[in-house]
Design a binder for this molecule. Structure first.
Ligand SMILES: Cc1cc2nc3c(=O)[nH]c(=O)nc-3n(C[C@H](O)[C@H](O)[C@H](O)COP(=O)(O)OP(=O)(O)OC[C@H]3O[C@@H](n4cnc5c(N)ncnc54)[C@H](O)[C@@H]3O)c2cc1C
Length: 358
């Protein structure tokens, strides 16, 4: 009884957090704020895996409205505000434009209803409301948009971050609060961490490697979905939210370091490791962007590419429809964290604390 009470209420536990992506870093910070002695253990350097291969958006996820994830969208919309308040030097509001073409893609009324619902879910977060841009005005904003059938565009706001720098900023907040950061150490066996009262598995796509060392069927399964981006050697005068021709999928065209970032793909794979951007993905993204802009982009216009693997839970047949929500599982003194999004990492970390401490 005495030890159960100690576990439930103690604020001086020794806790190892394995994995210094954004989820591990935010979790370490949340635990340190409660007075625990935390060590954040990373096999490489912090933020060098999935957390710096994102689309760099702090967003509610307009497209998740179609799949009815209103709770997640609302949480994310408030979370993006929190990032902007805490680290305004590393993120900024971003207007995204959704061009509307006659007889092509989602109809105007659906897009209009979507952005208005997004405004409503974002109420109180201080972002400007969506607006309609007539075709004549759009021409001066994005002169390279194909004109045939162009009716105009909806514009709405989200935020854009420097994911690597913002993640490193979180790690600095944590170490300044006393979190010990140990880099270059890969945990192969949970027994290596016997000295700790609690172990947090924040290994992102690799979470199953530690979970599989414990008995019992895992409560969740991860679905590994690679996403790739291309960097085009062109200025991006305005961010675009576009529908892949002949598909329902959305992709983004975003300003990025004085260039243009285009992404992403969704390639389901049977393993967590990140692999290179495939030739098919390059062709797919070039075809998608060239359906909208002129002059088009060729391979010669590319100056880089990167990819990351989404650790998705609640798998579905269609990865685009899969939820980006998160889940926790506690097995003995190990708390496993599955899934999540960059935008909501701080909320997820706060929710994880009770699973870890109890
Ligand atoms: C293509 C793509 C685009 C995305 N775009 C967005 C976006 O725009 N906005 C958004 O909110 N979210 C986005 N996401 C989601 C978001 O990036 C991820 O959900 C998030 O970064 C996952 O963070 P993580 O900490 O769980 O994983 P990671 O960042 O992968 O961190 C896990 C860490 O654990 C370490 N590790 C693994 N095993 C061990 C071990 N045994 N010992 C020690 N260390 C270990 C790894 O080295 C790694 O550093 C995107 C994801 C992808 C793939």
């Amino acid at each position: 009884m005495a030890s159960a009470l100690r576990c439930r209420w103690s604020t001086d536990l020794r806790i190892a957090v394995v994995g210094a992506g954004i989820i591990g870093a935010c979790t370490a910070l949340a635990l340190a704020r409660r007075g625990h002695a935390v060590r954040l253990i990373e096999r490489g350097q912090p933020m060098r895996e999935t957390s710096s291969a994102s689309s760099k958006l702090l967003h509610g996820g307009l497209r998740y409205l179609e799949t009815g994830h209103f709770g997640l969208v609302r949480k994310s919309l408030l979370a993006r505000r929190a990032w902007l308040e805490q680290a305004p030097h590393l993120c900024r509001p971003l207007e995204l434009i959704i061009p509307v073409y006659r007889g092509q893609g989602r109809p105007k009324w659906i897009l209009g209803a979507g952005v208005r619902l997004y405004d409503w879910l974002a109420s109180g977060s201080g972002f400007p409301e969506s607006r309609w841009i007539p075709a004549s005005e759009l021409k001066s904003i994005r002169p390279d948009l194909k004109q045939e059938g162009l009716l105009g565009a909806y514009a709405y706001h989200d935020a854009q971050m420097d994911d690597l720098a913002l993640g490193e900023w979180v790690v600095r907040q944590a170490t300044e609060l006393g979190v010990e950061l140990e880099t270059g150490r890969e945990i192969h066996r949970l027994e290596e961490l016997d000295e700790f009262d609690r172990i947090v598995n924040a290994c992102g796509p690799w979470a199953m490697n530690l979970r599989s060392q414990q008995s019992g069927t895992p409560a969740y399964r991860l679905d590994w979905v690679r996403g790739s981006h291309l960097i085009i050697d062109r200025l991006c005068p305005a961010a675009l939210f576009l529908q892949v021709p002949d598909e329902k999928r959305i992709f983004f065209v975003l300003p990025y370091q004085e260039k243009t970032l285009v992404g992403t793909t969704e390639i389901r794979q049977g393993f967590p490791d990140n692999s290179v951007v495939s030739g098919e993905e390059v062709d797919y993204l070039l075809r998608a962007i060239n359906a909208y802009i002129s002059p088009g982009v060729t391979r010669a216009g590319l100056v880089g590419s990167f990819s990351g693997v989404r650790p998705l839970i609640k798998s579905n047949q269609n990865p685009s429809a899969a939820s980006r929500e998160w889940a926790f599982e506690r097995v003995g003194k190990v708390a496993h964290i599955y899934g999540g999004k960059w935008t909501t990492a701080q909320i997820q970390a706060e929710e994880s604390v009770k699973w870890i401490i109890q």
